[in-house]
Every structure is written in structure tokens, then in C-alpha cells.
Design a protein. Structure first.
Length: 68
């Protein structure tokens, strides 16, 4: 799944980011590399919850569990 995130400069330094299609999906980090890693973790955390993809207006998507 591909998600678009918006990365903002934080007033106190560093960055904060949001994923608009996933309500409540926010994170922060000191560097762009850190914010990107934190975004992956934040998105994974949201997707681990039982969510209604149709309510989020995400088309052609599904959440699956894959055991490794």
C-alpha cells in the first residue's frame, strides 16, 4: 500500500508529519531519515488496528495479515 505523508518543519526544530488519509496518524523526528522511519512505524501501528478502509475512502485496498 502506498500512503502520502505531509512533512512539516517543527517550530522547536526537526520535523513532524501526518498521513491525511489515516486520521490520528502523526509522528515527529529530528531528521528526514528519522521522520520517514517513524512514518512507517506510525502507519503500521494504525493498520494493525481494525479500521474500515471504506470509511477512509481508500479504494482498491485491503488489510491482510502475513506471518513471516
Amino acid at each position: 500500500m502506498l500512503f502520502r505523508a505531509i512533512i512539516h518543519d517543527a517550530e522547536e526544530g526537526g520535523y513532524w508529519a501526518e498521513v491525511p488519509v489515516l486520521p490520528g496518524c502523526f509522528t515527529e523526528g529530528d531528521t528526514l531519515e528519522e521522520i520517514k522511519q517513524n512514518l512507517k512505524e506510525a502507519i503500521s501501528g494504525i493498520l494493525d488496528q481494525d479500521i474500515d478502509l471504506a470509511a477512509l475512502k481508500i479504494e482498491h485496498a485491503q488489510v491482510v495479515e502475513i506471518e513471516i
